[in-house]
Write a protein that binds this ligand. Structure first.
Ligand code: SF4
Ligand code: SF4
Length: 235
């Protein structure tokens, strides 16, 4: 397990928050969280929202502001913001402000709160569990402790919802893709693997019409990827 993952798991276990739990944090506006970053990963919805804000296609947004690669551990296509210059500044940081503020990636909007998918008992069946969102304070080592917030208030103040079905679907689909593609990688040659990764990448991140709703397009793409991978697997 890499150091970053270990840190995330420690934060998760030690700093879990329920809606009414409180944490101490006050942002002193130093701007450091927007420089020297190579870990701002975008989900398909993050990319879609930024593309819409900039009135670009997702493809042009990736070409101008992001980089795509195959995750070292996940073995699935990943998109992250590409930092610029000697101080590795986020390309959306302009005049010390986030120029895509209303559409900033979820990880920036929630900061310093992290989230993950856990499981709880299914109220309809004692035998089953259902996925649920869990939140934790990431203790970022910046700002000061001058303010106390509850998780619920923090999200409300930033216009975020603690319920996010999309994030659960996205997190579960990433796990499914990881299982499938990491296994595939052991059995097929590099050129077929590149074709698979490329097709998944295009469907998952790029092939969206920014004038239409995101979620129906995302769901349709997930269905298409399921069918595509099943067809490859059965060959
Ligand atoms: S997207 Fe906005 S908030 Fe996030 S790192 Fe870039 S400038 Fe900062
Ligand atoms: S969140 Fe932290 S790093 Fe970012 S501007 Fe505020 S104090 Fe600075």
């Amino acid at each position: 397990m890499n150091q970053r993952m270990e840190q995330i798991l420690n934060d998760f276990e030690n700093n879990k928050l329920n809606a009414d739990d409180s944490f101490k944090f006050h942002c002193t506006q130093c701007g450091k969280c927007c420089i020297n970053r190579d870990d701002i990963l975008l989900s398909p919805q993050d990319l879609f929202r930024i593309a819409k804000k900039l009135d670009l296609t997702p493809t042009d947004t990736v070409n101008q502001y992001c980089e795509a690669y195959i995750g070292n551990d996940s073995r699935i296509p990943v998109v992250r913001i590409k930092s610029k210059g000697s101080i590795q500044r986020c390309p959306f940081l302009k005049d010390r402000k986030c120029s895509v503020h209303e559409a900033k990636p979820a990880v920036c909007a929630m900061f310093p709160i992290g989230r993950a998918v856990g499981y709880s008992k299914d109220p309809d069946s004692e035998m089953n569990t259902v996925p649920k969102l869990e939140y934790f304070f990431t203790d970022p080592g910046c700002g000061d402790n001058a303010e106390t917030h509850t998780l619920k208030e923090w999200f409300h103040d930033f216009g975020l919802s603690l319920e996010d079905d999309y994030f659960i679907r996205w997190a579960l689909f990433q796990m499914e893709l990881h299982d499938f593609l990491a296994d595939m990688e052991k059995h097929v040659d590099e050129s077929l693997m590149k074709t698979l990764w490329n097709s998944v990448f295009i469907q998952l991140y790029l092939d969206y019409d920014i004038k239409k709703e995101f979620l129906p397009q995302f769901d349709a793409h997930v269905d298409k990827i399921h069918l595509f991978l099943q067809s490859v697997f059965s060959e």
